[in-house]
Design a protein around this ligand. Sequence first.
Ligand code: S3P
Length: 174
Amino acid sequence: MKNVVLLGFMGTGKSIIGRRLAVELQYRFIDTDHLIEERTGKKIPEIFSEEGEAYFRSLESETVAEIASLRGYVISTGGGVALNALNLERLEKQGILVCLIARPEVILRRVQRRSGQRPLLKDSDPLKKIKTLLSEREVAYNRARIKVDTSDIPIKKSVQRILKQISTLIGEQV
Ligand code: S3P
């Protein structure tokens, strides 16, 4: 049973959609950021400010290495997981990569609802920062063949679209 791995930028809905998707598929759900927070006993912004981004990325890669071999999981990843080719290679071994996308303005609106949670967007011009990061990450996110734009549709519909696109791949043996 393959995993379903959700990639994509902050604010594209990976966690909420991932949870619902797991219910539909009767899979378990795991989220890389939550695992890191659980294990370190620290929130992501705290890790960034106290230890720096590079340290966070190493925790992230360790976490990916550990969970990539699970089966029957929906795995929601932090927005930067896709930047490391080794992370993707590991997740791809027994996972279907699905990238969630959204327009920069929509991302900004969503992340502002929970301000202070995204250290990388602490910027005087967060919209510009989002656009810059998106263009830097485009190639990495494109590694996922399946893409769903969550900008203008409710969560339920995003889940349905993912289910439809993965339906032929999900039962494949790995
Ligand atoms: C990050 C995304 C965040 C979190 C960290 C870095 C990124 O996760 O891992 O703040 O580099 O895009 P979400 O995508 O769940 O917000």
